[in-house]
Ligand binder design. Structure first.
Ligand code: PLP
Ligand code: LYS
Length: 431
């Protein structure tokens, strides 16, 4: 952990004592140090500028989105990709510039497409043939035109958990290159009178540590550009390489910096386009985890414990799989500190369990922490991506509050759900 974040053995987040945040807002609490969000966006933007390549840093909303997050993204001139009417609605309510939105999804509904067209989103990323038919009808009815990209599946198997691989040939996303679907869709879309094809998209997966997959992906996209130009007279002006840059969760992870993945992609792109005598396209990226993940910390309060001699000591916290499903879903590992006692020689091996009625509700298995007492604040680190955004109300537990901190100031971004919120859609039976 960054030593600047510890003062007098106390964890600081964005210049504020974590224990003060816990006391002020309660736990479980999702905290974002917004300066980290900003600086990662800047780092991505800098790489493009240094390489003199036209770009968009399009944050993948699915990692974590709320009105305040879209406001920060807009302040930093980032784009955003949305994958649902709900994400689009939230961006609209935040006043996010619609021309900076890319609309993704492998089964967009007619209503979602109408919403995207009515709000003039920047680009719709087409994923399947049915969607083209729907969008074509929507555009004709409304007499509108829109920019589109084609999502292709490049047959790159990234080295990551199989649940979060997406670029392999056997994937539900995008048009397959190898079987000729990508060529077929290209010809179809070029004939669509109301669609303006601006580029090609692919995404190979998430939490990737090796650069090889991105290099192969870029080579394949350039090869596809050349093939489309030679055989169909179409040259994409944008290639969107998706996201997936891996981050450090524990000391076992040794990722390169997220912006260094982009440098590798740009170096490959320049080499490939020059050797084929092709124009350099603009490059769009869609980082989610690398922007939101390291900026997030979840604060919990330690409660009960159960010591099974010679077997394991469990310490339970006031959250768990409802606010972070990743350990249960992917076997994901996290690191944690005791916010009110970061460095202490008196440590013990414990397992941090959640409060949900599920044996698999374990946040961290076997971690050495200073001896815990009820009331201690445990901070689980790097929880900013796919934590709150995948949260549930399992066991009818309210979802935590989300707080943004920066330069010593904190502000609620999402209120803690109340019990009343939990039942606000319920109807009493009258039969
Ligand atoms: C199409 C697309 N773009 C971007 C992302 C963001 O990926 P990550 O959060 O790993 O950067 C995802 C998620 O895997 C995705 O499916
Ligand atoms: N939810 C996944 C990533 C999903 C990526 C979406 N395409 C995770 O937590 O790692």
């Amino acid at each position: 952990m960054d030593s600047n974040e510890v003062q007098d053995n106390q964890l600081m987040i964005g210049g504020i004592l974590a224990t003060d945040l816990a006391a002020q807002y309660g736990t479980a609490l999702q905290v974002y140090d917004i300066s980290k969000v900003r600086s990662q966006i800047h780092a991505f933007q800098r790489v493009f500028r240094e390489n003199d390549i036209d770009y968009a840093v399009s944050y993948a909303s699915k990692a974590f989105a709320c009105i305040a997050m879209y406001q920060v993204l807009a302040q930093e001139n980032a784009h955003a990709d949305v994958v649902s009417g709900g994400e689009l609605y939230t961006a609209i309510k935040a006043g996010f510039p619609m021309d900076h939105i890319s609309f993704h999804g492998n089964n967009k509904s007619r209503e979602e497409l109408e919403m995207a067209v009515d709000n003039h989103v920047g680009v719709i990323i087409l994923d399947n043939f049915y969607e083209i038919q729907l969008l074509s009808e929507v555009l004709a009815t409304k007499n509108e035109t829109i920019d589109v990209m084609l999502r292709v599946s490049p047959a790159v198997s990234a080295h990551t958990h199989e649940f979060i691989q997406t670029g392999q040939q056997d994937s539900k996303f995008g048009f397959d290159i190898l079987t000729g679907q990508a060529d077929e869709v290209l010809q179809q879309v070029l004939k669509e009178p109301n669609m303006n094809l601006v580029g090609v998209h692919s995404h190979i997966g998430s939490q990737i540590f090796e650069t090889d997959g991105f290099k192969i992906e870029t080579e394949k996209l350039v090869k596809l550009m050349q093939h489309w130009n030679d055989d169909f007279g179409y040259m994409p002006s944008i290639i969107n390489v998706g996201g997936g840059f891996g981050i450090k969760y524990t000391d076992a992870d040794h990722p390169i910096r997220p912006e260094d993945f982009v440098q590798q992609i740009l170096t490959t792109l320049r080499h490939e386009t020059e050797s084929r005598n092709l124009p350099l396209p603009a490059v769009w990226i869609e980082p989610g985890r690398s922007i939101a993940g390291p900026a997030g910390t979840t604060l919990y309060t330690a409660g009960s414990s159960k010591d099974i001699p010679e077997i394991r000591k469990y310490v339970a916290v006031d959250g768990g799989m409802g606010d972070n499903i990743r350990p249960a879903l992917y076997g994901a590992d996290y690191d944690a500190v005791v916010a009110n006692d970061v460095h202490d020689d008196n440590v013990e091996l414990v397992t941090i369990a959640g409060k949900y009625c599920e044996s698999g509700d374990i946040l961290i298995k076997d971690i050495e922490l200073p001896v815990l007492h009820p009331g201690d604040v445990i901070a689980v680190l790097a929880t900013g991506a796919y934590g709150y955004s995948m949260a549930s109300n399992y066991n009818l537990n309210p979802r935590p509050a989300v707080v943004f901190v920066e330069n010593g100031k904190s502000q609620i971004a999402i209120e803690r759900e109340t019990y009343a919120d939990l039942i606000h859609l319920d109807k009493k039976l009258d039969i």
